[in-house]
Structures are given as C-alpha cells and as structure tokens.
Design a protein around this ligand. Sequence first.
Ligand SMILES: Cc1cc2nc3c(=O)[nH]c(=O)nc-3n(C[C@H](O)[C@H](O)[C@H](O)COP(=O)(O)OP(=O)(O)OC[C@H]3O[C@@H](n4cnc5c(N)ncnc54)[C@H](O)[C@@H]3O)c2cc1C
Length: 322
Amino acid sequence: MSQGVLAIAEQVDGVFRKVTYEALSEGKRIAGSLGCDLTAVVLGSDVENISKGLGKYGADRILVADNTALKEYMTDAYTNVIADIIGKENPAVVILGATAVQGRDLSASLSARLNAPLAMECVEIRVENDKLIATRPMYGGKIMSEVALEGKPRIVATRPNAMAVAESAGAGSIEQLDVDTGKTVLQFVEKKMETGKIELTEADVVVSGGRGMGGSDYSVVEKLAELLGGAVGASRSAVDEGWRPHSDQVGQTGKVVSPNLYIASGISGAIQHLAGMSSSKVIVAINKDSEAPIFSKADFGIVGDLFEVLPLVTEEIKKLKG
Ligand SMILES: Cc1cc2nc3c(=O)[nH]c(=O)nc-3n(C[C@H](O)[C@H](O)[C@H](O)COP(=O)(O)OP(=O)(O)OC[C@H]3O[C@@H](n4cnc5c(N)ncnc54)[C@H](O)[C@@H]3O)c2cc1C
C-alpha cells in the first residue's frame, strides 16, 4: 500500500498542539512499517518558522501552506487545500489528531470529500500483512474494536494523549506550496478562547468534580489541578447545574480525555461519564459512598468527603514538591 504517510499538523496562533507531535510520531512509526517517508502538512498564516521544528518528530518533508485565508481553521478552506495536496501526493495513509476544534471535523470532511475510509479516535494503529488496522472505542468506550481500513488514502484520527511522542530525525526539508483555498462558503468571524487554560483533552492530569461539589465553588478542585499542572473537568450534572462551562464536560456528550492521571471527585461513575475518561492511565476516585460505581473503574479509591480529602491531598503534594 506504500505511497507515503501524510501527517496533518494542528496549530493554534502559531503554536502546535501536542497532538501534532503525537500524530507525527505515530505517522513515523507507520511509515517505518510501510517502508516509506513521512510528510508533514502545515496550514496557517506565518507558519514557516514553526514548521522547521517538525523534522525532530520524524518529518522527512514539510509542506507549508502559508496563506492569510488559512490563519484560522475553517472546514471548507482547509478541506479544499488538503484534498488538493492529497490528490498530488497520493499518500497511503493520512494521520491527524482527533481534536474537538479541528481534527474531528477535518478528518470527517476529508473522508467525505475523497470517499476515503476513516477511523476516528484511534488509540492504537498497526500495519499487518500490508493492512492498516486501527483500534478504536465503540459504544461509548464499552468495547474496543479493531478496524481494517480499505481504500485510499486511509485516514486515521488519533485520540489526543493516546499516542506516545517520540523524537526521531527526519530530513525536515521545507517546501512552500502555492495554495488555492477554492470555493468557500464559510467566513471566519470571531474566536472565543480562554487563554492560558490547559486544553482538557491534552492535559496530563485532569481533576474533575461532579454533583458532589454541591455548587459552583470549585476552588478545592482548581487548587489541586493547578498544583499538578493539570486541567479541571466536570460531570454533566455539574455542567447542567451551571457550575462549570460545557467545555469542561467529560463524557459521552462532552470531551474524551486520556490523561496520565484522572481524579474524579464527587462523581458517581455513570456509564456516560466513564465513556469520556476510562482510557485514563491512572484513575483516582474520591467519593463518600463506598458503593459508588466509579470505584469499580478506579485504580485508587478514597472513601470520604471531597472537601476534606482534596485539601489534604493538595497539602501532601505541596510537601512532596518541597
Ligand atoms: C444521553 C446522555 C448523555 C450523557 N452524557 C454525559 C457526559 O458526557 N458526561 C457525564 O458526566 N454525564 C453524562 N450523562 C449523565 C450521566 O448519566 C450522569 O447523570 C452524570 O454523569 C452524573 O453526574 P455525577 O456523577 O456528578 O452526579 P451523581 O450521579 O449525582 O453523583 C454524585 C456523586 O457525588 C458523591 N458525593 C456527594 N457529595 C460528596 C462529597 N462531599 N464528597 C465526596 N463525594 C460526594 C455521591 O456519593 C455521588 O456518588 C449523560 C446522560 C445521558 C442520558
């Protein structure tokens, strides 16, 4: 199947998202199995300088589409440009991060445009007998399915935090592309983002609070999250109560997170919440009900009142950090 692997980088305001390095590292590994090159694609405005660094993550070539019309992610402009690049490059595999702000939308749009197979939210990818096989969750994470993709190019969108970042030298030669954003119907108006906030799906540590928080004062959760350099998450109940914004919601109808450490406090462990966090590497549950279902998913459980436990944990970590 080998014709090269194309990894689509994702940047926001000139900074690559961590998932870009994950997609490139995984792309390099797949390219190694297929015996072909890895080509990175960067879209944006004024992005040539930042693109140079992608060789460090295995990119042999880096195609840069620098155009003011590409400054912000827009489905139709990005799809037009990348579909064009795919047409010229004819890659066997296209890999990108399944992010809420870009990758999920873009991969679905490319799949529809190119009539190409897509595996979304992949947590593992391998090449077996010249077949590309992706492991992805189904039914809200209740099962892991293995799908063999057929057709071309095979598009794989990787779950943020699921793939390891590995540095491996690629030639990293930059090629500037002349791009035509084509016919677009969407127009960028305004971006509303909370600055300085760690993106939930990319955080190494997530400290979440549910209905057990009893109100919008999340300071015990926020203090621990800050100390651990992590992000704050919430259950849907907490979001429905208006205690946290929807962007913090973890679960089936919220975000899917795979941090190294997930701390669920005052969260019962409903299946819809588990769908969003069960692939976390280590799960710690704090709940005053020893029968709460979350404990069956947790690696470590603390039965107690979160308003007593969280400050104690925070103090102990402060001491450990000196
Ligand atoms: C279609 C659909 C989609 C959904 N999508 C999502 C989703 O994306 N994300 C999501 O989270 N839910 C989702 N839900 C809702 C889900 O079913 C649960 O209702 C929700 O997850 C419960 O939130 P909770 O655990 O915070 O609240 P509860 O189930 O009410 O649990 C609160 C927990 O806090 C504990 N507690 C209370 N006080 C304290 C204290 N002081 N200290 C320690 N523990 C305490 C209690 O013992 C209890 O276990 C969805 C539901 C449906 C039908």
